[in-house]
Write a protein that binds this ligand. Structure first.
Ligand SMILES: Cc1ncc(COP(=O)(O)O)c(C=O)c1O
Length: 389
């Protein structure tokens, strides 16, 4: 290579799954029937009316131009109604909701809008790796805060407060939490809002898992006065089986939203109208739709729990979200080779917890995004492997 990449590329690595999926693709091309239980990409379809709306609007000759930067009013209204109905949060669709191409890009836009080089960012460990990589990309300084089984995977705010917080600008939280499946609560959100107000920290809850194996719909923005310092990301990826569509949003006070839009409007030029009209349909699915989707996950989860038990992992049965998170037995020295060995011997890929941070080192995460048939096949392969050892 003759042209040197920018220094910032030295601060990040290719996303773990980007490399791992390439390896799995290679193995499949070479004839291996790999079962991928790594990634949380829902394999069930969106509701039928969502697909019909996409087709209907795509057929219109007028549907193909650039769209507004913040999302069409009908979609912002639908997000506002959805938040009112399930989270009991009042959001002004005109200026408190910004449409995103998935919540992942929102992590970048929020960081670009609020984090100066040298500012510190509180990031959960374990947690979604993008909070750290984006912090690196914008020149922020990562301050990991520990989550562990002992503290119920909840932040210990007293411990965090013991260190100097004067340079902290932003704090990421994510409840229901990925990868641990802990649900969080309004009590937790109240404490977080008070903590961030006290220290003048922008608090952002990344909330894509509320509708998966969970009936307690909590939003950070439901806390009294939260809008002063809080934002929330949400997404149709997991809740509506639309991960490939890339539809999400950020909600919060209009002044914050304005600044995020300043960044975002320089990066894309709106979302295809037919997709936005289809998203309106999706957000209007009746509550029974979520129940039907979840009934499938409930059956799958039983099989995943059997896999956890075969592997002698300990896990909490009340986890929300698209995964089961389990602790590997103490006699296994290192999780990464353990998972790699399972992949090589059984052609089943499960995610090692270290990719979510050092507190995830003794854990694995198994996805519910595979059919019961595939999960049973994975369970049987792992059982045979364990017998043959
Ligand atoms: C915690 C968390 N946040 C955000 C995302 C990204 O979601 P989206 O598809 O909305 O970009 C994921 C996806 O895996 C996630 O697990």
């Amino acid at each position: 290579m003759t042209v040197k990449p920018a220094d910032r590329t030295g601060n990040v690595q290719e996303y773990y799954f980007s490399q791992k999926l390439a390896q799995i693709d290679r193995m499949r091309r070479e004839g291996s029937d790999v079962i991928n239980l790594g990634i949380g990409s829902p394999d069930q379809p969106p509701s039928q009316n969502t697909i019909s709306a996409l087709i209907e609007h795509a057929k219109k000759t007028t549907a193909h131009g650039y769209q507004s930067y913040s999302g069409i009013p009908a979609l912002r209204q639908a997000f506002s109604d959805w938040y009112e109905k399930y989270f009991k949060v009042n959001l002004n669709p005109d200026n408190e909701i910004l449409l995103l191409m998935g919540s992942k890009e929102g992590i970048m836009h929020i960081s670009m809008a609020f984090v100066n080089p040298g500012d510190e960012v509180l990031v959960p460990d374990p947690g979604y790796p993008t909070y750290s990589s984006v912090t690196n990309l914008v020149g922020g300084i990562i301050r990991k805060y520990d989550l562990n089984e002992k503290n119920g995977w909840l932040p210990d705010l007293e411990a965090i407060e013991k260190s100097d917080l004067s340079r902290v600008k932003l704090m990421w939280v994510n409840y229901p939490h990925m990868p641990t499946g802990v649900k969080g609560s309004m009590k937790l959100f109240e404490k977080l809002v008070a903590f961030c107000k006290k220290h003048n920290i922008l608090l952002c809850n990344d909330n894509p898992y509320s509708f998966i194996l969970n009936k307690e719909y909590h939003s950070l923005l439901a806390v009294d006065g939260a809008k002063e310092i809080a934002l929330e990301l949400n997404s149709l990826s997991k809740s509506h089986n639309m991960a490939g569509w890339r539809i999400g949003m950020v909600a919060g006070q209009s002044e914050y939203i304005k600044n995020i839009l300043k960044v975002k409007s320089n990066m894309d030029s709106g979302m295809f109208l037919a997709m936005q009209m289809a998203a309106v349909e999706a957000l209007n699915n009746p509550e029974s739709w979520y129940n039907t989707v979840n009934s499938v996950y409930i059956r799958r989860k039983k099989i995943v729990e059997e896999i956890m038990e075969l592997l002698k992992c300990t896990y909490d049965k009340s986890q929300a979200g698209l995964f089961v998170w389990g602790r590997i037995p103490e006699d296994i020295p290192d999780c990464e080779p353990y998972v790699e060995n399972i992949l090589m011997k059984t052609l089943v890929f499960i995610t090692p917890g270290f990719i979510f941070g050092k507190n995830g080192e003794r854990y694995i995460r198994i996805s519910l995004c595979a059919t019961e048939e595939k999960l049973k096949e994975a369970r049987n392969r792992i059982a045979s492997f364990l017998i043959a050892r």
